[in-house]
Design a protein around this ligand. Structure first.
Ligand SMILES: [Zn+2]
Length: 485
């Protein structure tokens, strides 16, 4: 078996050597960003607009023909119209986000191949052969790119594994941009990072919860992004949803310091937090095990893939009818696999790829030339003649409690708190241990479910208080008994 993994790894390393992510294209693509900015400035001069590039090109994981993603942030009242005006993308003809206003102007400016995806409110187009995809008020996505970029730096194998998955997905035509009912590449990225975080020992730490000795995940670094106020309501699919885009950018990879087993550690010299995974699996082993994990081991029926919760979390109430769920790391209510209508098809592709590779076929041949990959299902290799596969072990953490934010609390009329009412609302699920006021309309709540297992409890994503819709965004799970008081 070791020989087989070795051969497979050598083929993969050889392959990676020749196919590197295209990083230079970002510069030429940024020119198209300037063209886009000039276009909007010219036609909507009175608007506040902030243009932020994000996505796989910015992460250095793009290909020559990858779209450059751009978020256009407008002032809140302008954006609010996306929720308030019915079908604003079509009907609100004075606004820059209206397709009926902007598409004719873009055509006149010589732009080709314009398409609009009403599900996610995004425009795709080509400025002289340079592809760009823009949308409005997806600033949350730009924070997600920062989080992904930080994970890429946590171990040299992360970017290589993501790149192999991207090559595989493109070779098999799996991505949602190419095939209907698929998952977008960002969903695959979260799938891969979640897998790496649940291994025992993990390849990457959990950057959304590093301080396992403190209930509120306190960070001693003043400049850490986890301390910024990044909780809010954002417009997603024409609805307001809660978001908590906070994570620790204070952690650095350092291969010179002692290995880290489960949690980040302080550098003994300067106290800076570092990570140096104890897991030494090769990229080839990780890719094979990734396919086995999602093909044969993951329970998609009852669980959602979750990077925030080290691999998995109970499917939330909105996703009960979704056959596959991949939780967005910042917007807990968003399922990155909501477009999938037959999870079995994707799972079968993972199983097939595992079977074929396990049978000794090389990666490049498998990714393009094996017809109907999904027909192959043999954990011991296609001819069933391989030794039994021993998966890399997974990390099962005991989590007795969870913490979440309540965003959008109504203003209080007199001194006081909604504490009793909130406690009552959650009393059927468990007990609230503590509440912290983060700002006048946001509270952080520490909660222990009656079942004693935080990974299986399902909380509502919104609650009503005094006639206001309050958004619940889960932050992380923790084990209360392991925390020093
Ligand atoms: Zn931090």
């Amino acid at each position: 078996m070791f020989l087989l993994v070795f051969v497979f790894s050598v083929v993969l390393i050889f392959f990676l050597f020749f196919f590197k992510p295209v990083q230079i294209t970002i510069r030429s693509r940024l020119r198209v960003l300037e063209d886009l900015r000039a276009f909007f400035r010219h036609h909507w001069p009175g608007y506040y607009m902030k243009f932020t590039p994000y996505g796989s090109l910015v992460s250095g994981l793009g290909f020559n023909n990858t779209f450059l993603n751009v978020n256009i942030q407008l002032d809140d009242p302008d954006l609010q119209r996306l929720v308030e005006v019915q079908n604003a993308y079509a009907n609100d003809v004075t606004e820059p986000f209206c397709k009926n206003a902007s598409i004719p102007l873009l055509h006149r400016a010589g732009v080709e191949k314009i398409s609009f995806d009403s599900d996610i409110g995004s425009f795709r187009l080509k400025f002289s052969e340079r592809a760009i995809e823009y949308n409005f008020n997806k600033e949350a996505f730009t924070y997600s790119t920062n989080l992904i970029n930080h994970y890429l730096t946590m171990d040299p194998r992360v970017q290589k594994l993501l790149f192999v998955i991207k090559l595989f997905g493109r070779g098999r035509n799996l991505f949602a941009s190419q095939v209907k009912h698929g998952i977008r590449y960002y969903g695959y990225t979260v799938l891969a990072l979640s897998y790496l975080s649940q291994l025992d020992p993990p390849v990457i730490p959990n950057l959304q919860h590093i301080n396992h000795s403190s209930v509120d995940d306190a960070c001693s670094f003043e400049t850490c992004f986890s301390k910024s106020k990044y909780w809010d309501k954002v417009i997603f699919k024409n609805q307001n949803v809660g978001i908590a885009a906070r994570y620790h950018d204070c952690v650095e990879y350092n291969s010179q310091l002692p290995e880290t087993e489960y949690y980040v550690q302080p550098d003994p010299v300067n106290g800076k937090l570092y990570w140096n995974s104890k897991n030494k699996a090769s990229v080839g082993e990780l890719f094979l095990d990734f396919l086995h994990y999602y093909g044969y081991r993951f329970d998609f029926k009852n669980f959602a893939v979750s990077l925030k919760f080290n691999g998995k979390t109970a499917k939330n109430s909105n996703w009960k009818n979704h056959c596959m769920a991949i939780e967005d790391p910042f917007m807990t209510t968003t399922n990155l696999a909501s477009t999938v209508i037959e999870a079995g098809k994707i799972i079968d592709v993972f199983k097939g790829a595992f079977s074929i590779l396990r049978g000794g076929t090389c990666f490049e041949y498998m990714r393009k030339k094996v017809p109907e990959l999904s027909r192959h299902d043999a954990p011991e290799g296609v001819n069933n003649d391989r030794p039994k596969y021993i998966p890399l072990s997974g990390w099962t953490q005991l989590a007795t409690s969870k913490t979440f934010l309540l965003i959008g609390l109504p203003k209080l009329e007199a001194d006081g708190c909604y504490c009793d009412r909130i406690s009552n609302l959650f009393s059927t699920h468990g007990k609230i241990n503590r509440m912290l006021d983060l700002d006048c309309e946001t509270k952080q709540v520490f909660f222990s479910p009656d079942t004693g297992d935080a990974t299986t409890v399902v909380l509502p994503s919104t609650i009503m208080l005094n006639g206001s819709l309050v958004h619940l965004v889960e932050l992380y799970n923790f084990n209360i008994s392991s925390i020093k008081s």
